[in-house]
Design a protein around this ligand. Structure first.
Ligand code: MN
Length: 232
């Protein structure tokens, strides 16, 4: 056994409905611009040639229902409500059938974003890490197994800030489906159990401030909630 100088960072365990064991999160991939109306509100268009991605460190994952401080380094902190899905088996250069079969389950997710720092990145042709790889920024509900959720179709996806609806769409509006994302992403990564993908947000993103309570949900999945306390 390797002796470590200090305790390694803990693994984030995502609860799974119907299981006593948790799903250990290894990597978090996020899809950019996967809804036409959101791409438009960001001043862009969806790319219909291929999906594209950014990543968040797994240790930025956080359980739904948490209260966290408003993060440092932003004056424009945004919510993004998203469908998340978890990989259940190793898959590399997946066929369409293998891609669908690799999906273990689904969850509700928030991709919390420093929009001002993301915009800096766009303006200066620099990476998005300060905008997207934010501590406590991947908020995740418990997983529902794929067989229990059924097909991704017309399920409503919605988000409220202090009870007021801000995002309201259906999963049908996603440009790239979950299996298409697996098929494409597995050309670049040896996807494996523990890998979790957030699939992009519908229109209606906007800022939150200390004291705000964010809630959201997707039909058939556990709801999500995040409360922001005062900055540290
Ligand atoms: Mn997002």
């Amino acid at each position: 056994m390797t002796q470590y100088l200090f305790d390694p960072a803990p693994v984030f365990g995502l609860p799974v409905n119907g299981e006593t064991a948790a799903y250990p999160v290894n990597r978090v991939f996020c899809v950019g611009r996967n809804y036409v109306a959101h791409a438009a509100e960001m001043g862009g268009e969806v790319d219909r040639e291929a999906p594209w991605y950014f990543t968040k460190a797994a240790r930025h994952a956080l359980a739904s229902g948490s209260t966290v401080p408003f993060p440092p380094g932003t004056e424009n902190f945004h919510y993004e409500m998203e469908l998340g899905f978890a990989i259940g088996k190793p898959v590399f250069r997946a066929s369409t059938a293998e891609a669908a079969d690799a999906i273990y389950g689904y969850c509700s997710g928030l991709d919390m974003t420093r929009r001002d720092r993301q915009q800096d990145g766009k303006d200066n042709r620099r990476p998005w890490d300060l905008g997207k790889d934010v501590e406590n920024s991947a908020v995740l509900s418990p997983l529902t197994k794929a067989a229990d959720f059924g097909e991704v179709a017309d399920q409503r996806i919605h988000l409220e800030v202090n009870g007021e609806t801000r995002q309201d769409a259906t999963l049908r509006e996603m440009v790239w489906s979950c299996p298409e994302i697996v098929e494409h992403l597995s050309r670049f990564y040896h996807l494996q159990p523990g890998d979790l993908i957030l699939t992009g947000t519908p229109a209606g993103v906007g800022p939150v401030k200390p004291g705000d309570k964010i809630t959201g949900g997707i039909d058939g999945l556990d709801p999500i909630a995040l409360t922001l306390s005062d900055p540290e």
